[in-house]
Design a binder for this molecule. Structure first.
Ligand code: SF4
Length: 333
């Protein structure tokens, strides 16, 4: 979606017309402007030329699979990927990308290893959710949650990410509640402070992956710039001040960060957070880049048990979408 053209047009329209346009695009899910018959012909023609609604994509997986991936070709020919996870309970969770590629180069991440092309516009972020909603609608389903865990670091493109989320949250668009939106970040300054003070109840996930700088420096080069000593007090203050839960993302890598020694370091590192407001989310490594291997189930169980004994709430994220290269860390340009 050409966001500049969209805003140029919609901002000049009277309120009733704005409502009609939003209804046509986000409720009736029109795939082209010729279907929006409430608009005068000349407006439809202008929009069709300057802000087309069609989305150029290819799909991997079927709607009966646990996850599907869409590769979207943007107007400038670059591509991004977005994933939907269909949970058995009927929940539909959409994983959104915020950048084409990513400049941060985390060692375990396919996106990071492919370099950075550009930030996405708010329109290109909205378009990803709109595509999934169009695909869900015939079965009477609706997106339940949005998570920024796709390609890119959301904090490097925060204004566009928040503008996109605000639109998707709007009752006249997809009406997705603030608490149903999660932003995952490695932690960058000063954007982190801005996000944590944003004021809406967006969920925050910290991609930690290692509890000591000596490990994190190797896995995530950005840690050399924003070390754990810089980031931890900011996340801690957020949790204490807002009384909101912080999710700690921790990717288990065989014999890299999955031993009991690291479980103990992690438990000690988090000891001064209120435990009831932390959720440690252990991720399984999905083979892709780097010389890494997933942890064995035995090692993972021991890691979980150790943390639970220390009073932490721990979950393990299911690796949906591995077969379509749509799981965490596997999205590519
Ligand atoms: S894990 Fe996230 S921040 Fe790191 S390279 Fe991949 S997309 Fe970028």
């Amino acid at each position: 979606m050409n966001w500049s053209a969209w805003k140029l047009f919609i901002d000049t329209q009277p309120a009733f017309r704005q409502r009609q346009i939003n209804h046509a695009v986000f409720k009736e899910l029109a795939a082209n402007w010729s279907a929006v018959s409430v608009l005068p012909l000349k407006d439809r023609q202008w929009l069709e030329t300057n802000c087309p609604l069609d989305i150029n994509y290819t799909l991997s997986g079927k709607e009966t699979d646990p996850a599907q991936k869409a590769r979207i070709v943007l107007a400038d020919g670059l591509t991004i990927e977005t994933v939907i996870m269909h949970y058995g309970t009927g929940r539909q969770i959409v994983c959104l990308s915020s950048q084409v590629g990513c400049p941060l180069g985390c060692a375990f991440c396919q996106t990071g290893q492919q370099g950075f092309k550009r930030n996405l516009t708010a329109g290109e972020i909205i378009e990803q959710a709109l595509l999934w909603q169009r695909l869900l609608a015939p079965a009477g389903q609706h997106i339940n949650n949005l998570v920024f865990m796709g390609m890119g670091e959301p904090l490097l493109n925060l204004p566009q990410v928040l503008e996109g989320v605000e639109w998707l949250h709007s009752p006249s668009a997809l009406d997705i509640g603030w608490r149903h939106v999660a932003i995952s970040t490695v932690g960058l300054m000063p954007e982190l402070k801005h996000l944590l003070n944003y004021g809406q109840q967006i969920k925050i996930a910290w991609s930690l992956h290692a509890p000591e700088d000596k490990w994190r420096d190797q896995l995530m080069p950005i840690n050399r710039r924003y070390s754990l000593a810089v980031l931890k007090p900011i996340f801690r203050e957020y949790v204490i001040k807002t009384n909101r839960r912080l999710m700690i993302e921790y990717l288990l890598l065989d014999h890299i960060n999955d031993q009991l020694e690291q479980a103990e370091e992690l438990a000690n590192f988090l000891a001064d957070f209120p435990k009831n407001l932390l959720l440690i989310n252990l991720l399984n490594y999905n083979p892709g880049v780097g010389n890494f291997h997933p942890s064995s189930s035995r090692t993972r169980e021991a890691f979980i048990k150790f943390l639970e004994k220390r009073g932490y709430k721990v979950t393990t994220r299911l690796s949906l979408g591995q077969d379509i290269l749509g799981a965490c860390g596997q999205l590519g340009i």
